[in-house]
Every structure is written in C-alpha cells, then in structure tokens.
Design a protein around this ligand. Sequence first.
Ligand SMILES: [Fe+2]
Ligand SMILES: [Fe+2]
Length: 127
Amino acid sequence: MEIDCRENIEIGLMEIDAQHRVIFDKINELIHLLESGASKCVFVKNLVEFQRHVLTHFKTEESLMIENNCKCYEHHKMQHEYFKDWIIDRLLHYREDNQIIEEIATFSKIWMKNHIVNTDIKLKLLN
Ligand SMILES: [Fe+2]
Ligand SMILES: [Fe+2]
C-alpha cells in the first residue's frame, strides 16, 4: 500500500520535489498507523501535520506561479482549493473511525500523484 515517489513523479524542482516527498511520507505514516492500530490522539496529530504540510506546499507552488506571472495560476490554484476543501470536510467527519483515515490516505495518494504528473509538472517550464 506504500507509495514511493522518488523516481516516477519527480518534476525536477528541488524544493517542490522535497515537499512532495514529505507529503507522501506523511501519507505512508498514516497507512502504518492504521496497520498498527494507533489511538485517535495519534491520528489527529498526524492528520493535522499532514494538512499543515499540504497547505505549506500549495503556498510554495502558488507563490512560484505568481512570481513567474504564470497563466495557469487560476486553474492550478482551483485544484489546490478542491483538495484543501476535501481534506477539511473529511477531517470534520472524523470521529474515531479508521474508515475516514483510510479514505484520506487512499484518496490523497491518488489525487496527489495525478495532480503532480498532470499539473505540477508544468511548473518545470517556469524555470
Ligand atoms: Fe500543485
Ligand atoms: Fe505539488
């Protein structure tokens, strides 16, 4: 169930690739916690950390696009907003059910990977 992003989804921008790696590490951590049966308190801590990394990362990409007057800014940001809203919605529904954690880990993994290979990859053209 783990995901290795080191080769197949690097876009070639050091800071962005490093942030993507952290995000996938956080997703993998959530999967490990599910397998080891962690407590709600541990899940909440990790979910908040995951969300914090995602928000920081989206800001980094958006600042880069603004600095470079990127035409794709609005479209790219709209995708970030969608994911941010989705995470908030899932977090609001989290009580103690591992199903939500599994959903967050699985969907985040798929969404992030698709977003990187289809949208983030265009950031490479800015440099
Ligand atoms: Fe992005
Ligand atoms: Fe990204």
